[in-house]
Ligand binder design. Structure first.
Ligand code: CP
Length: 311
């Protein structure tokens, strides 16, 4: 894609707001950042005049660390906010928190929160570029971008790929962003899981619904397993983790029975639930490639939303 593409976004709140061309452009920029990350000195000064706040109201390993590392690789001043060690524990509201942080002259905010719509609320409230790092069960756009980047790296393209997404579809922001992005780029998507972990009207997502894991593994190029949210155990959504694994977990024997599919997972993996350990660690798994690529994709997103000084 041409480097003079007009990228007209101030924020990255969700992939619903991005066209197929916008998504392709972010991925093409991520190619450039991946090359930079492979240099002996993987640093560039693109964000040296920017101050960025990572505002995390929910726990995170991959998203938080890769955003922070991306910002530091690009020379930004970085401040990390964690709700548990802040004045939120004294009752300060989200609105007051972000308006106080804005008063410290920040340029960009990366926000994760358990409530859907938080990133949009922050974008309406402060005058900074906002990147959504996950808002409840709504969207997780950088996760879907890094997933599509990883598929494109493995298969050369996303268009035409057959992708099955397995697990807790109802409560997953990863699946929502992936369905939006994958459909825009021309992939075929099936969602697979127990009926109790499907949203009320799954057909409205514009994808096929299945409850037959093995038929999906035979069909697909990519099997993306989602984390079973352990906190939902005991809510009657699935009988037990053992039974979930029995019906919807990918097992070592599946690697032999269905020799073509590639395994992805956004993390964190519950070993022995979504995936047997041997599957997570097998040569068919590109889970750690997803993590590596997350850094390049987040650098690309930060670069584009910062105004995109030439690199
Ligand atoms: N994939 C993902 O969002 O992981 P973290 O919760 O560790 O950031």
């Amino acid at each position: 894609m041409s480097t003079d593409y007009e990228f007209n976004h101030r924020h990255l709140l969700g992939l619903a707001d991005y066209s197929a061309q916008d998504i392709q452009y972010v991925l093409s920029q991520a190619d450039r950042f991946l090359e930079i990350l492979n240099r002996p000195v993987p640093k560039i000064p693109t964000l040296r005049d920017k101050t960025i706040v990572n505002l995390f109201y929910e726990n995170s390993t991959r998203t938080r660390l890769s955003f922070e590392l991306a910002q530091k690789r690009m020379g930004a001043d970085v401040v990390n906010f964690s709700s548990s060690s802040s004045s939120v524990s004294k009752g300060e509201s989200l609105k007051d928190t972000i308006r106080n942080i804005e008063s410290m002259k920040i340029d960009m905010v990366v926000v994760r929160h358990s409530s859907p719509g938080t990133a949009h609320f922050v974008a309406r409230t402060v005058n900074a570029a906002i990147l959504n790092a996950g808002d409840g069960a709504h969207e997780h756009p950088t996760q879907a971008l890094l997933d599509m980047f990883t598929m494109r790296q493995k298969f050369g393209k996303v268009a035409g790929l057959k992708v099955v997404i397995i697990g807790d579809i109802a409560h997953s922001r990863v699946v929502r962003s992936n369905i939006i992005g994958l459909r825009k780029l021309g992939a075929e998507v099936i969602i697979c899981g127990p009926k109790t972990l499907m949203p009320p009207s799954p057909d409205e997502l514009g994808v096929t619904v299945s409850h037959d894991l093995e038929a999906c593994l035979e069909w697909c190029d990519v099997a993306m397993a989602l984390r079973i949210q352990m906190e939902r155990q005991g809510q009657g959504l699935f009988p037990s983790l053992r039974e979930y694994h029995e019906r919807f977990g990918i097992k070592k024997r599946h690697l032999k029975e269905f020799p073509n599919f590639t395994i992805m997972h956004p993390g964190p993996v519950n070993r022995g639930v979504e995936l047997e350990s041997e599957v997570a660690d097998s040569e068919r798994s590109i889970i750690l490639n997803q993590v590596t690529n997350g850094l390049a994709v987040r650098m690309a997103a930060l670069y584009l939303l910062s105004g995109g000084q030439r690199i």
